[in-house]
Design a protein around this ligand. Structure first.
Ligand code: SF4
Length: 156
């Protein structure tokens, strides 16, 4: 498999993988990646959730607490989706490591991909997503699409 320098949240290059069945193409990210070696992935699609799907949030703590089993990921109907998301994120992480990616460009505010802010316990809160947390632990540099110009959006 060809190595890449970057991985990117698939929604940022326009893949329709978000909870609402849409993509979130970011022109600055697409422009930056042009001509570069990158691989797009979506941990929530790798969890087998499909799109559209019920949105999820962190409950009871941040990503590190979820990783320790002390906080949970739940959907908007209160169903616990922690184990399932961890499976998807594990697949995404393995892919990033096997491709030897050194940097990730990720979608801000997502419970999986958020870099500085996430939805937690019903509020937009400082914190990182679960995928972001594990990427950082593996030494992969992360930044959000907002490094390439801010666009207003209400949800991940
Ligand atoms: S933010 Fe991450 S998990 Fe959410 S749709 Fe985009 S790639 Fe998938």
């Amino acid at each position: 498999m060809k190595k890449v320098k970057y991985i990117v949240s698939a929604c940022l290059i326009g893949e329709r993988c978000r909870y609402n069945g849409e993509g979130k193409r970011h022109a600055g990210v697409v422009r930056f990646l042009r001509g570069k070696r990158y691989f797009a992935l979506c941990p929530e699609m790798l969890a087998g959730w499909g799109s559209p799907r019920p949105p999820v949030q962190l409950h009871g703590g941040g990503a590190s607490k979820v990783a320790e089993g002390k906080a949970r990921i739940k959907d908007n109907q209160g169903r616990d989706r922690t184990a399932s998301l961890i499976k998807g994120i594990t697949k995404a992480l393995r892919r990033a490591l096997s491709l030897e990616a050194r940097e990730a460009i990720l979608k801000e505010k997502s419970p999986s991909c958020g870099v500085k802010r996430i939805y937690r316990d019903g509020k937009l809160t400082p914190g990182e997503g679960l995928f972001t947390h594990w990427l950082r632990e593996k030494g992969i540099r992360v930044r959000s699409e907002q490094s390439f110009g801010v666009k207003r959006s209400r949800r991940p």
